[in-house]
Design a protein around this ligand. Structure first.
Ligand SMILES: CC(C)(COP(=O)(O)OP(=O)(O)OC[C@H]1O[C@@H](n2cnc3c(N)ncnc32)[C@H](O)[C@@H]1OP(=O)(O)O)[C@@H](O)C(=O)NCCC(=O)NCCS
Length: 155
């Protein structure tokens, strides 16, 4: 399936709405099927989703107010649960979600956006202005190699 410009719209979702796509994309083939994140229901947490023209949810992302540990004085926004439906990956949906999250961060005065990124997705984040920092690590739920990525809005 090929997308055209304007086929996708982004809107705020509830934490219950984002979990099916998290499960489908982020936990495929994994022993650990956990898709509930601590903080999903906090008032400062925002879930941004992508929808096709038929109203199908084709992308999810979760943005939580969380300090960036190397720089605790900055107001940090953590990106979690970033996923695009498998059949629609590499067509720009993830980029639209990062753009929407960036707008949310700017509007709400965050200083820095950060994420624990799968190594397989590092290029994606780097192309969107996120810098890879620190040593790699194995994330406990997925058991996949990760690095921290960070994007400064203000310092
Ligand atoms: C990582 C992920 C969220 C990115 O979402 P996406 O919708 O595929 O992202 P985009 O399409 O905006 O960009 C992905 C790639 O497609 C390319 N792309 C974007 N639009 C394109 C288009 N119209 N035509 C061709 N390629 C395109 C981009 O250059 C990008 O390449 P890069 O990753 O090498 O930088 C998605 O691949 C995914 O869900 N992966 C599995 C789960 C995962 O790893 N999540 C991240 C956890 S940290």
């Amino acid at each position: 399936m090929n997308l055209r410009n304007g086929d996708i719209h982004i809107r705020v979702m509830t934490y219950l709405e984002v979990r099916p796509l998290r499960l489908e994309v982020l936990r495929a083939g994994m022993v650990n099927q956990t898709v509930e994140f601590d903080g999903d229901d906090e008032v400062t947490t925002v879930h941004l989703g992508a929808f096709d023209q038929d109203g199908n949810n084709v992308g999810v992302s979760t943005w939580m107010k969380r300090a960036f540990s190397p720089e605790p004085d900055l107001t940090g926004l953590q990106l979690r649960g970033m996923a695009t439906a498998v059949h629609l990956q590499s067509q720009g949906i993830g980029g639209l979600l990062l753009d929407a999250g960036l707008k949310h961060a700017q509007k709400n005065g965050f200083d820095v956006i950060w994420a624990n990124a799968r190594d397989a997705a590092l290029n994606f984040y780097n192309r969107h202005g996120y810098i890879t920092i620190g040593e790699g690590f194995i994330e406990t739920v997925t058991q996949l190699p990760h690095h921290k990525v960070v994007k400064y809005l203000r310092r």
